[in-house]
Ligand binder design. Sequence first.
Ligand code: URP
Ligand code: ZN
Ligand code: ZN
Length: 480
Amino acid sequence: MKTLITNGTLVTDIEVFPADVLIDGGKIAAIGSLMEESGCEVVDASGMYLLPGGVDVHTHLALPMFGTMSSDDHYTGHKAAAFGGTTTVLDFISQDSDDLAVNLAAWQQKALALAAVDYSFHMNLTHFTPHVAEQIPQLTAWGIPSVKMFTAYNGRLRLQDGEIFQVMRICREYGILPMLHAENGDVIEVLVREALAAGHTAPIWHARTRPAWAAAESSWRGIALAAMAESPLYLVHMNSVGEVEQLRLAREKGLPVFGETCPPYLFFTEEELLRQDGAKWVCSPPLRTHKDQEALWQGLEDGVLQTIGTDHCPFFFNGAQPILYEGEWISIPGKELGVGDFTKIPNGLPGVGDRMPILWSFGVQTGRLTPQQFVALTSTNPAKLFGMYPQKGSLLPGTDADLVIWDPSKELVYGASVAQHRTDTNLYEGWQLRGFPHQVYLRGQLIVDQGRWKGRRGMGSFIARSPFTADVHLTPHHII
Ligand code: URP
Ligand code: ZN
Ligand code: ZN
């Protein structure tokens, strides 16, 4: 069955123009001023934008943490993504075994029957041995050419600098993009110990024990390690003015370093952790200050940062209180695990479905971002950096028909009951939005129709990604 979308306004990362789009066999067949064909379903998109489906390269679905799990799995999280206009999601594989194939198989097993949008993975590297080093080149053949490493979470996830350097050298050889969670694990360890000894147990101490200087220091450390290894680097969840300064400097020096931020860092500050429901706002790295927000916005506007992901890692605020999800009562232990001890609050925030509607209303509608920048940051640039372009992140003839018909005049009051995350909270509860997905297509199949779910478990496909190449051309600015 062919679908002809007429009278839309197509937005790419560089231009906006009136267009009809013909979808055939799950692919974009033609773009332009098109004639209706017999047997073709016609969708009138007058007054609407046509956007490439969103690409979120940072989620943690069904992630075990502190004796519980992030509350969205590879179905519920994908469904929430789709409602917000995102049709491709990249999740992080835990390194539970030093046999990386075993870890990949475990995540494939989690996702296969559940996936409702297209997906791929990154490999977390949290334990480095010669045996692990030997297997890293395989990631390219497996179609997951990216690894995440941590300079924090001492004794749990952190690698030592020499280990990070060695991984980066392998990455350079095999077209693998190293990603870095940049915080200073040693400083955090000292500050946490002192805070607990002084009887400070409230959620705000999560932020107070993870200073912004430590993020700036370890970002630059990561940049220097990558420079010495002659490898590219992708800094995840950037959150502070110092980090933006380091990234700007690195890019001015011509280094292939890229940066991602996430919406909560643009809209909230650590003050939220002082609220009665402060635990709800605990994530790592923590929320910062208004100054940090401003630097991040500036970095997005002038192209120092290339992507906006979500770091979607939701937990119930009150896991003892069930919620109704698809007709079933469900409760999953969550933030209450940290009552009386901030170090036991599961770290993470929901966001995979919020990203595009929130950024449209408070980025595009407010004039901070153009529609093209919105597309570049949420879809095209992440697809390019992670080896999926033009199959994903574009609307071009021959590519996957992952398409959002976006209604820029749709107004609604947002919150947990609109967002489809499987959790009891939403960070943007009560926010007035203008602009929302009208319809969402995944490879030509209508999966969200005016707020109604048309997708199903198992319809998402694994995307085997291409290696990272140094000539990746990003918009709007490109320094490499
Ligand atoms: O608090 C967060 N972001 N949890 C997820 C793990 C991570 O480091 O991204
Ligand atoms: Zn992280
Ligand atoms: Zn994360």
